[in-house]
Structure formats: C-alpha cells, structure tokens
Design a protein around this ligand. Sequence first.
Ligand code: NAD
Ligand code: MG
Length: 399
Amino acid sequence: MVACTRVTILGSTGSIGQNTLDVIARHPDRFAVHTLTAHSRMDLLARQAFEAKAIAVAVPSPTAAERFKTAWGDQANRPEIRIGAQALVEVAADPASQAVMAAIVGSAGLPAALAAAQAGKRVLLANKEALVAAGSIFMATVRDHGAELLPIDSEHNAIFQCLPHHDRASAPTGPAAGVRRLILTASGGPFRNQRWKDLAHVTPEQACAHPNWSMGRKISVDSATMLNKGLEVIEAHHLFAMPAERISVVIHPQSVVHSMVEYEDGSVLAQLGQPDMRTPIAYGLGFPERISSGVGMLDLALAGRLDFAQPDMAQLPCLALSFQALKAGQGACIALNAANEVAVAAFLERRLAYTEIARVIETTLAWQAGQPDTTLSSLDDIIALDERSREAARRAATV
Ligand code: NAD
Ligand code: MG
C-alpha cells in the first residue's frame, strides 16, 4: 500500500498544470491535490479545484478572488482562497503537501519554486526560467535542504532517465561518472529550414503553431526562435553540473528521441516516446516507480524514420546568444531570460516584430556586460537584476 502524496500545482491552469491534473486523476489512490494556483482564468481554476477537491487555491489579487468566488457559485466545500505573490511562496512551502509541481511560466515562478526546495519537498520542475535565473542558488538549496528534484522539461527528464542510477533525484556537484556529453534534441519549431532574415513578418499565430507539441504561448514562441533550446542548455548545465562545452544540440524534427547521454565507452543512451508531457510528469510523480500516464505507446514502425541534423547557428541568433550568455555567467543568463520575456510578450501583443526578439536580447546582454559586477548570492540580488534587465529590454524594444 503506497501512502497518498498530496501535490500542490503552481500554475495549474497552464498547459503543464492541466497535464499534471490529468495524470493525478488517473491515480486517486496515490495522489491527492492540495493547492492549485493561477494568475488568470479563474473560471477554469474553480472547475479544476472542484473536480480535484483542492484544499486551497492561490490567486493574484482580491479581484481575482472575487472572480473565483463567482465561478465557484454555491457549490459546497469551497477551498480556502489565498491572495498575492507571497501566498504563492507560502503554499509552495506548506508542509501539508509533499510534492510541488513548479509550472508557472517565467522568472515570476522563481520565489515559489525556491520555497518548495527550501521546504525539502519533491520538486517537479517545469519552470526552466527559475533555473536559468538562479541555477546555482536553486541547486544549492535543493542539496542543503534535502529536497528531491525531478526535471519535467522533456529533454531533461529524458537525460535524467538515461543517467546512472546513483545520481538520481538529488543535486549533483559534478558531472556523472563516465558521461562524456549530454545531447539535447530540438524539433527546430515551425520555421525550421527558413532563414532568420525572412521571418520578420511572422505572426504570433504562426509562431505558436508548433509542429509536435501543444504548449503555452510563451514557450511556443521560444521554441520557434530556439531560445527555448538555449534556456534548456543553461538548465542542463545546472541540473546535471555539466560544463557548457559538454552539452550539444541536435535538430530532430520528429520529437521522438527526447534527448541522449553519451558515455566514455561510446554508448549513447536515449529516451524515446510520443511527444506528450504526461510522460515526464508521470515519471516525476511516480519516481522511482513507473506509473501510467495516459500516453499511447510509441510505434516506431509507424514513425518510419528519425532524422537528425546539425543546427545552423548562423540562422539561430537566439540559440547563439544563449550559449554566449552561459559562457559570460549568471548575470548574463538573468539578462537573457528577462529580455526574452519582455520581447516575447511584446511580440505576442503585436508590438514587436518576430526578428526583433533577438535584437532586444542582444542589446540587453550588451547593456548587462557594461554594468559593474554585482554579487548575485541571494534571491533579492537576482530579482533586482531581473528587473533592471527588463527595463533595459523595454528601452531596447521601443527604439
Ligand atoms: P502556460 O502559459 O500554459 O501556463 C502558465 C501558468 O502560470 C498558468 O497557470 C498561469 O496562470 C500561471 N502564471 C502566469 N504568469 C504568472 C505569474 N506572473 N504569477 C503566477 N502565476 C503565473 O505555460 P506552460 O506551457 O504550462 O509552461 C509552464 C512552464 O513549464 C514554463 O516555464 C515552460 O517553459 C515550462 N515547460 C512547458 C512545457 C509544455 O509542454 N507546455 C514543456 C517543458 C517546459
Ligand atoms: Mg523542453
């Protein structure tokens, strides 16, 4: 008999959040929902909280709380409603739940993800921007507080599955023994094979139409520019304590091989499966056991062929800028991520051309490089640089 794990989902109304609820609902004997949080879509949050019998919800403002109450109506057992950014941190740390799915998009999710690690929980980490902005602090917090860290990003989940067993679910201090290289696969997104300079008139709808994965809008744009792969290289560097020069990216349009680990003896281990986030989510929830996820089996004969190609860095400025930021250090990674969040939001609101995303990031990185060195040893230091980088990016976006 397995004890029931209570799970809190930060960002339950998003793509990862909804997939997490789907997997949890398949295992009522193993998992129960504790708290759900959302920034918008209070009607959906109310529906989710009702179906999952949530104990509490966290919402951004008193207005959102009123919308939640209206959506809840006169149904019985309304969950406790907690309000504001500090409530996110509190629910993440609440000892009443044992596992936290960190699925807020952007560096806005960092304080709560860090709080879950500080509370020594099982942290299911989808929120890659948290690691990009605060990788060192985050990993040290996982180690110091005995938290369990399960990567949910499909590439990192694949690598985690392919690494030697003794390295699992902790925060390593160096590369796993015998591992030569981590190989991240990338679909190439909807504009694969097109030249960057020909993409100036791309619309948000075109950029969000990912060929293989169904995801939130911000990560869909990141996948199109391949800045997402850049964030993932930085994420892999922190999660697996791997130097940048031992992480490579290969284009694999079918998204069947989710990533690979290359060993000293010439072996390459890969994890394959359908492109459906419920597989990594179920892996993280069930670890070390395998549980059903609702994902169908992979039929390789039906897939027919798997293609691989070298990325053309000259046509992928956002990926090149990510490698540049990783080499430059944490300040540059914070600036990269903040500038991208500002630029992508402006693009989605049709205030910025698609190809300007790279220029805004480049300008912000140049701004950051000219700043005096500051210490980045606390969450406050990181948030301060994140905010200043956003200001620099906004200036760059309006010229
Ligand atoms: P999404 O946009 O679909 O959902 C984001 C969630 O975060 C929503 O619940 C939203 O209400 C909440 N949120 C947004 N802004 C917030 C704020 N300022 N404060 C608090 N909550 C806020 O995003 P998604 O696609 O589910 O992605 C979530 C995270 O997981 C991202 O970091 C993304 O990079 C990562 N990820 C997603 C996928 C995927 O398949 N969708 C795959 C790998 C990694
Ligand atoms: Mg990914």
